[in-house]
Design a protein around this ligand. Structure first.
Ligand code: UD1
Ligand code: UDP
Length: 351
C-alpha cells in the first residue's frame, strides 16, 4: 500500500510522528508531505530532528498568508504531489489549514482520506479550525477519533461509517519520549517554581484581548514562562508591548517538543489556549486554565483538571484550580498503541 501523509504546522508533527514511525517500519510505502505552513526552525525542523524522523519527502514551501491564499496554494501544490504519486490513502492529522487542503485535494482526486483526530468540535464556527475539522470529517473515508465524545459528534452529523475510536496519538507520543524529556537539563533562566503559558489563537491575539491576557499573566503570584508563538510575538511587537512586558513574565522563543514537555512537567500549572497543551497538562497532572470560551477537550473539564477563563478571569480561575484537589485519571484518552491500531485499520483497505 502507498500511504501519503500531510503535515505542515507544529501540532500536525506531534500528532503524526508516532504513526509515521510505525508506517516507516512497515512494508508499506510512505510519502511524507510538509506544506511549509510552519517554517521557523523551532516551529518545524526541531521536531523532526528530536523525533528522529527524516525530513519530509516534499516541502511545498507555502508559508504564511491569509486563509484563502494559504489554503489555495497548499491545495494546488498537494494536488500535484498526489497526481505524481498515486497513493492508496492520504492521512491528514488535526485541524489546520494543511489538514483541510490535504483532505480536499485527495477527495477530489478520488483518493481515500483518513482523518487523524476526527470528530472534535468546539461548536464555534468563528474558529478557522472548526471549519477545517467539519469539512475534513465530511470528506473523509476513514475517521480516527481520540474519544467517545468525538464519535458522538460525528454521529450527530450523520457520520457513522468507518468511524473508529482509536485513542490519541498525542497521548502515545507523550509516553514514548519520557526518558528523553527527563534527561533534559533546566535552562538557567527558568525559576524553580513557575507557571507555563502558551497563547496563540487568532481569537486571543487581537488588539483588544492580547493586552488583557498579558496584564493578567503579569499579576499572577508566580513567574510565568512563555515560549512565545511567532503570531503572538508579531502582535505584541505591533502593539509595542513586547518591550514593556512585566518582570513577572519570562518570555522565551518557542522550544522543541522535548524541552516543552520538560517545562510542562516541572511547572506548577498551565495557562494556555492550545488544544494539544490542554491534554498534555492533564496527562502530566498539571492544573490547566484554558483562555477560551469553549474547548474540544471536554473530558479534561469534566474531570476537573481544566477550566475555561475569559482574559480578565485568568487569575481568579487559576486560584480556584490551585486550591482544588484534582483526581487525574491517566486513561482519559485511551491507549498507548493508537498508531498500531490505526495501521491495522488502514491495512484492511488492501483487502
Ligand atoms: C496554526 C493553526 C492552528 C494551530 C497553530 C499551532 C490554522 C488555521 N491554524 O495557527 O490551528 O493551533 O498553527 O501552532 O491552520 N509564523 C512565523 N513562523 C512560522 C509560522 C508562523 O513567523 O514558522 C507567523 C506568521 O506571521 C504567520 C503567523 O505566525 O502569519 C500565523 O501562522 P499560521 O500558520 O497562519 O497560523 P497559526 O497561528 O500558527
Ligand atoms: N509545543 C512545543 N513547543 C512550544 C509550544 C508547544 O513543542 O514552544 C508543543 C506542545 O507540546 C503540543 C503542541 O506543540 O504538543 C501543540 O501545538 P500548538 O499549541 O501550537 O497547537 P494546537 O494544539 O493549539 O493546535
Amino acid at each position: 500500500m502507498k500511504i501519503l501523509s500531510i503535515v505542515g504546522a507544529r501540532p500536525n508533527f506531534v500528532k503524526m510522528f508516532p504513526l509515521t514511525k510505525i508506517i516507516n517500519k512497515s512494508k508499506h510505502d510512505h510519502i511524507l508531505v510538509h506544506t511549509g505552513q510552519h517554517y521557523d526552525i523551532n516551529m518545524s525542523d526541531i521536531f523532526f530532528k528530536e523525533m528522529d524522523v527524516k525530513p519530509a519527502d516534499y516541502n511545498l514551501g507555502v508559508g504564511s498568508g491569509l486563509h484563502g491564499y494559504q489554503t489555495g496554494e497548499m491545495l494546488k501544490a498537494i494536488e500535484k504531489v498526489i497526481i505524481e504519486n498515486e497513493p492508496d490513502v492520504v492521512i491528514v492529522p488535526g485541524d489546520t489549514n494543511s489538514t483541510i487542503s490535504g483532505a480536499l485535494a485527495a477527495a477530489k482526486l478520488h483518493v481515500k482520506v483518513a482523518h487523524l483526530e476526527a470528530g472534535l468540535r468546539s461548536f464555534n464556527r468563528r474558529m478557522p479550525e472548526e471549519i477545517n475539522r467539519i469539512l475534513t470529517d465530511h470528506c473523509s473515508d476513514l475517521l480516527f477519533c481520540p474519544t467517545h465524545v468525538a464519535v458522538r459528534n460525528l454521529k450527530n452529523e450523520g457520520i457513522t461509517k468507518n468511524v473508529f475510536q482509536t485513542g490519541d496519538t498525542m497521548y502515545e507520543i507523550a509516553f514514548m519520549i519520557e526518558d528523553k524529556v527527563n534527561a533534559i537539563p533546566r535552562r538557567d533562566e527558568i525559576p524553580d517554581e513557575y507557571l507555563l503559558s502558551t497563547i496563540h489563537r487568532a481569537e486571543n491575539t487581537t488588539d483588544e484581548k492580547l493586552p488583557k491576557i498579558m496584564d493578567e499573566l503579569g499579576r499572577l503570584n508566580l513567574p510565568v514562562v512563555i515560549p512565545l508563538h511567532p503570531r503572538t510575538k508579531r502582535k505584541l511587537q505591533s502593539l509595542k508591548l513586547l518591550e514593556k512586558t512585566n518582570n513577572n513574565l519570562n518570555i522565551i522563543d518557542p522550544v522543541g517538543f522535548f524541552e516543552f514537555s520538560k517545562l510542562l512537567k516541572d511547572s506548577k500549572a498551565i495557562i494556555t489556549d492550545s488544544g494539544g497543551v490542554q491534554k498534555e497538562a492533564y496527562w502530566h497532572e498539571k492544573p490547566c486554565v484554558t483562555v477560551r470560551e469553549q474547548t474540544e477537550w471536554l473530558e479534561t473539564i469534566e474531570a476537573g483538571g481544566n477550566i475555561l477563563a475569559k482574559p480578565t478571569e485568568i487569575k481568579e480561575k487559576l486560584d480556584i484550580m490551585l486550591s482544588n484537589e484534582i483526581a487525574f485519571k491517566k486513561e482519559l484518552y485511551g491507549y498507548k498503541d493508537t498508531s498500531l491500531r490505526i495501521l491495522k485499520i488502514l491495512e484492511t483497505l488492501e483487502k
